[in-house]
Design a protein around this ligand. Structure first.
Ligand SMILES: Cc1cc2nc3c(=O)[nH]c(=O)nc-3n(C[C@H](O)[C@H](O)[C@H](O)COP(=O)(O)O)c2cc1C
Length: 165
């Protein structure tokens, strides 16, 4: 997971949901080093041209512990200031009593039509990573809802987004 090509991040479900882990795929995508983002809230990727509407959709998910997973399009900024259209998938990891303990997120760069063609293979990898995590999590009494449905619905969601390229 740490070295996965797809971008993965894990945050605490508490306080200001600081990142406790950012993998290599995330660092490659954003240009930040792991130490620069761990302990910080991922809104550091947002900037002037990020729409309030897209920001609110993420806000609503993060602040509603009852929601298991969701996928959101948002304009983000790399460390060097360049922008990319991010499709963020988020899912909650819960302890046996149902309390949300962590939020896992995966970022996908969907800026160009060429990149969007890679969504399906990205999502197959994402599903495999989540399945591995499901197994690992069980040892610590953590579970997540089966996210496969939400992931594969994203292909349809992409088609509905009005993307120019
Ligand atoms: C694990 C995790 C990963 C996130 N990844 C992103 C991201 O890639 N891009 C982004 O704009 N926001 C991301 N967010 C959302 C922001 O961190 C933040 O929760 C969002 O802006 C809404 O909350 P706010 O209104 O408190 O800023 C992520 C959140 C979590 C918990």
């Amino acid at each position: 997971m740490l070295n996965s090509k797809i971008a993965l991040t894990v945050s605490s479900a508490e306080d200001d949901v600081p990142l406790s882990l950012a993998n290599r795929g995330f660092c490659n995508l954003t240009g930040y080093d792991r130490e620069e983002v761990e302990g910080r809230n991922c809104r550091l990727l947002q900037g002037l041209e990020t729409s309030a509407e897209s920001q609110a959709a993420l806000h609503d998910f993060v602040h509603d512990p009852a929601r298991d997973d969701g996928r959101f399009a948002i304009l983000n900024y790399r460390k060097d200031g360049s922008t990319f259209h991010n499709l963020v998938f988020m899912t909650r990891l819960r302890s046996r009593d149902g309390a949300a303990r962590f939020i896992l997120a995966s970022q996908f760069d969907m800026t160009t039509a060429e990149q969007r063609k890679a969504l399906r293979s990205n999502d197959e990898r994402l599903s495999r990573n989540l399945a591995d995590l499901q197994v690992m999590g069980q040892q610590f009494g953590l579970a997540m809802e089966d996210s496969a449905r939400a992931i594969f619905n994203s292909i349809a969601m992409l088609a509905r987004l009005n993307l120019d390229e």
